[in-house]
Design a protein around this ligand. Structure first.
Ligand SMILES: Nc1ncnc2c1ncn2[C@@H]1O[C@H](COP(=O)(O)OP(=O)(O)OP(=O)(O)O)[C@@H](O)[C@H]1O
Ligand SMILES: [Mg+2]
Length: 256
């Protein structure tokens, strides 16, 4: 079981007249073994929501639950056991150039991820097995990030995240910084990984066509709120919210 649930989550930056509510009372569920796509225009709060889930942005109110257990809530320091459970949610970021340590070999980066997972359960993953999972060659183990292409780096970032044997993977615009020619391959890889590992995925993109390709359900975010949530086919073919319709109009050739 790996169900991620956000209950009434609020994230606010700054205070007084200069405060920005980046995430405004969001409820969202990513069911066991499912992919929820999160779409919305730039600045709608997608990354902030993701960062709040992994503890990189503080909750002003609300809570985040994993399999029914609260792992983050506003204003409370979690005890060690609960914090460790938080490592069962792993995130991969947009920019594979800055998310990997430039001085660490691919193998060492992935091994660090395995070590993080061992605290939680006997992660039987190996560097070789993870390279295989992300379709990289065993020879890549000894290379440094600068010796890899953008697409290969993103595969390493995925392997590192999967090394901890997560229950939930959050992918925030993971193909946006890549050349168009490799975007499809990384999306297919993510789909295979989901099938092979059973990990639940929160897949963030501003591109509704890409999200529709992967997601079972789609959540549409605007101004910090989720304005529409539903089955991926329903949201893209019979959107209820006018804002969703404008997003669809922005990708006419792929969806119609
Ligand atoms: N650390 C921060 N301090 C202050 N404001 C922030 C911070 N991070 C995000 N914001 C603000 O929160 C809002 C949501 O930003 P966020 O990065 O979550 O949007 P996004 O939907 O991920 O956009 P994009 O599609 O461009 O990645 C924006 O108004 C942004 O300026
Ligand atoms: Mg973002």
């Amino acid at each position: 079981m790996s169900v991620l649930e956000l209950r009434d989550v609020v994230v606010r930056f700054g205070s007084g007249a200069h405060a920005t509510t980046a995430v405004d009372h969001v409820d969202l569920v990513v069911d066991d073994r499912s992919v929820v796509g999160l779409v919305g225009e730039s600045g709608s709060g997608k990354s902030t929501l993701a960062r709040a889930v992994v503890g990189l942005a503080p909750l002003r109110s609300g809570e985040v639950l994993l399999d029914g257990q609260v792992i983050r809530s506003a204003g409370k320091r979690q005890d060690r056991a609960v914090r460790d459970r938080g490592a069962l949610i792993q995130m991969v970021f947009q920019d594979p150039y800055s998310s990997l340590d430039p001085r660490m070999t691919v193998g060492d980066s992935i091994a660090e991820g395995i070590a993080a997972g061992r605290r939680l359960r006997d992660a039987r993953r190996t560097v070789g097995g993870l390279l295989d999972l992300v379709r990289l060659n065993p020879d890549h183990e000894h290379l440094l990030p600068r010796q890899l292409s953008g697409g290969q780096r993103q595969r390493v970032a995925l392997a590192r995240a999967l090394a901890a044997d997560p229950e939930v993977l959050i992918a925030d615009e993971i193909t946006s910084a890549l050349d168009v020619s490799v975007q499809g391959a990384v999306l297919n890889l993510l789909r295979d990984i989901k099938d092979e590992t059973g990990v639940s995925v929160l897949f963030i993109s501003h591109n509704l066509a890409v999200v529709r390709y992967l997601a079972d359900h789609i959540a549409v975010m605007a101004g910090g709120s989720v304005v529409e949530f539903g089955d991926a086919v329903q949201v893209t073919e019979q959107p209820r919210n006018p804002y969703t319709r404008t997003l669809i109009a922005a990708v006419p050739t792929l969806l119609r």
